[in-house]
Design a protein around this ligand. Structure first.
Ligand code: DX5
Ligand code: ZN
Length: 216
């Protein structure tokens, strides 16, 4: 199934609860929550208190993308504040297998993100343990960047790898996704679409409906 996961990084934080309710009403299945620590990525976004405060605004799935060094230090806290899916970066985990096991052990869905330059090979042994893989289609750290074109080949290669092994892993894509390129990204094999600026700029409800129309 195709799902839309609007990234609240692009929302107006002074009206965050209201904007989360708006993407929910328009039918977005997930809420994408970008946590940045100023170490793994150059910018700092927000953390647990914000996630906890928007948890009552929607029953949609909280898709938490941790762009932080050694996320294993905080997995339990993110589950406690309402995460349903936790994505950690392969590049930020010294013991990736252990961190994946920890996420699964806490009863939430486990996902691994790869930066644009990271080879799919890091997934070789852990893929069967994952509910989702996140292919970064920009270098993480900021919203509003341009989609990196070679990502399409990477998505296709990952879809082949998943199918060859008879798995059902979701492929999420994140960065520079708009109404104009989402179709070819889905055709390449992605099925969970993150979008920040293209959802929160302008009429939020209409943008969500436009994405969902293309994603049907
Ligand atoms: C990038 C973040 C993305 C980003 C997407 O570091 O992980 O989720 O906010 O934003 P857009 O859609 O504006 O590229
Ligand atoms: Zn993200």
């Amino acid at each position: 199934m195709n799902c839309l996961s609007p990234s609240i990084l692009a929302a107006d934080f002074s009206r965050l609860g209201e904007q989360v309710a708006r993407i929910d009403e328009a039918g977005a299945q997930y809420v994408h929550i970008d946590v940045m620590d100023g170490m793994f990525v150059p910018s700092i976004s927000f953390g647990m208190p914000l996630i906890r405060s928007i948890r009552p605004c929607t029953e949609r799935i909280f898709d938490v993308h941790l762009m932080i060094e050694e996320p294993s230090r905080y997995i339990k806290e993110f589950v406690d504040c309402g995460a349903d899916i936790i994505t950690v970066h392969a590049e930020s985990c010294t013991h990736l297998d252990r961190t994946i096991e920890e996420i699964r052990g806490l009863g939430v869905l486990a996902s691994v993100a790869l930066n644009p330059a990271t080879d799919l090979g890091v997934l070789e042994y852990v893929l069967p343990k994952l509910d989702m893989v996140l292919i970064m289609t920009v270098n993480p750290g900021f919203g509003g960047q341009k989609f990196i074109p070679y990502s399409l080949d990477k998505i296709r290669a990952l879809r082949r790898m998943i199918e060859k092994r008879g798995l059902k892993t979701d492929i999420e894509v994140d960065g520079g996704i708009t109404l104009s390129n989402v179709r070819e990204i889905l055709d390449a094999g992605a099925n969970v679409i993150v979008s920040g600026s293209a959802v929160f700029r302008g009429d939020i409800g209409q943008n969500v409906r436009d994405f969902l129309q293309i994603m049907k």
